[in-house]
Design a protein around this ligand. Structure first.
Ligand SMILES: Cc1ncc(COP(=O)(O)O)c(C=O)c1O
Length: 352
């Protein structure tokens, strides 16, 4: 990167590390995967093509986590990313209501799959039901992400239930991206339900296995599931069998694995939230996931200077549809968060 105009997308920072860089950029857990995945895992000897829909044992294990479900409701995919891509290609056309700020890949995926994103701006980091009601009638689907990347906010139970009710009445799909469902600080996750619901999830965040590329979608609509299987048959075919075996192993980890990680995330959340508040920034308290999304004056200059002069990576809010903010991931050790906060304070001081 030579000039500030090179700040075009997160790809300018993805994978940048070493040389004392502190990266609040990357949205992947730095914590270890479950011990049994690392210690007990043996690569299978049968490496022929697998079922396009995914290994039955994995789907069976997943069906225990979803009410009134069985193996037919799932398709195992190359991460949540492929699930999202397949879902919208299966829908073929129509408008999708997207709460903004959004995960930066949503508009890209929607446009490339032939869908048209339309936006509803969040109010204090949460869905504005009045605006949702105005726009949803025109749409084929709404794409929800709670806990949210980048806001770290969760939707209230009342809002989720109201969205369930209205979409069911109108026959509109809810695509619920729940990749952060196990990293939630304020309450238990609420699994959105109904025939119109398509749930997306992944082993990337809960089990710290981003690179293994295993995720899935759930739907009660068998016709929709079959459409997705047909698309996958002619594109990526089965998801890696080795990856699926690792996912099966990960699901054997005791609940204490997730609880232990959650405690660490919460401590980091408290540290970075207080640190940024003390510096004087305006931000929402994260209720889930591992991101903070403060408001910043001159965000482009800030992200550029912080990187060039202080060796700290942050992501521009404009990549997430919110140009007045920057996103920081706190998937970092305590000492790195503290050092990063010091450098941010110095940088802001220097920009005055
Ligand atoms: C909201 C959201 N959805 C989907 C993904 C993609 O996850 P996966 O690694 O399972 O493809 C991410 C990754 O950061 C994300 O933040």
């Amino acid at each position: 990167m030579n000039t500030i105009s090179d700040l075009t997308s997160p790809s300018v920072f993805i994978g940048k590390q070493g040389n004392g860089i502190i990266s609040f950029g990357s949205g992947q857990p730095d914590l270890p995967p479950p011990e049994n995945v690392l210690n007990k895992f043996k690569v299978r000897s049968d490496l022929r093509y697998g079922l396009i829909q995914g290994e039955e044992i994995l789907r069976d294990r997943l069906s225990e986590e979803y009410t009134a479900s069985n193996v037919n409701n799932f398709v195992i995919t190359n991460g949540a990313s492929e699930a999202l891509d397949l879902i919208f290609r299966a829908m073929e056309d129509g408008k999708v209501l997207v709460p903004r700020p959004y995960y930066y890949s949503y508009p890209f995926i929607l446009k490339r799959t032939g869908m048209e994103p339309i936006y509803t701006d969040l109010n204090k980091g949460r869905i504005d039901l009045a605006d949702f009601k105005k726009k949803i009638g025109d749409c084929k689907a709404i794409l929800i992400n709670s806990p949210s990347n980048p806001t770290g906010r969760i939707e209230s139970l009342e809002t989720l239930k109201e969205i369930e009710r209205i979409t069911e009445e109108l026959g509109v799909y809810i695509v619920s991206d729940e990749v952060y469902k196990d990293i939630i600080y304020e309450r238990e996750n609420y699994l959105i339900q109904g025939d119109q619901v398509i749930t997306v999830n992944s082993f990337s965040k809960t089990y710290a296995m981003c690179g293994v590329r295993v995720g899935y979608l759930w739907s009660a609509d068998q016709g929709f599931v079959n459409k997705v299987i047909n698309l996958k048959t002619h594109t990526s075919m089965n998801t890696s069998l080795v990856g699926q075996d690792m996912a099966i192993e990960a699901m054997k980890a005791p609940r204490s694995y997730i609880d232990k990680q959650l405690k660490i995330w919460r401590k980091r959340r408290d540290l970075i939230y207080k640190g940024l508040k003390d510096i004087g920034l305006d931000l929402w308290k994260p209720e889930g996931a591992f991101y903070v999304f403060p408001r910043i004056e001159k965000p482009r200059q800030f992200v550029w200077k912080l990187y060039q002069d202080y060796n700290v990576i942050t992501y521009l809010g404009e990549w997430f549809g919110s140009p007045q903010r920057v996103r920081l991931s706190y998937a970092l050790k305590r000492e790195e968060i503290e050092e990063g906060l010091n450098r941010i304070e110095d940088c802001l001081e220097n920009m005055k």
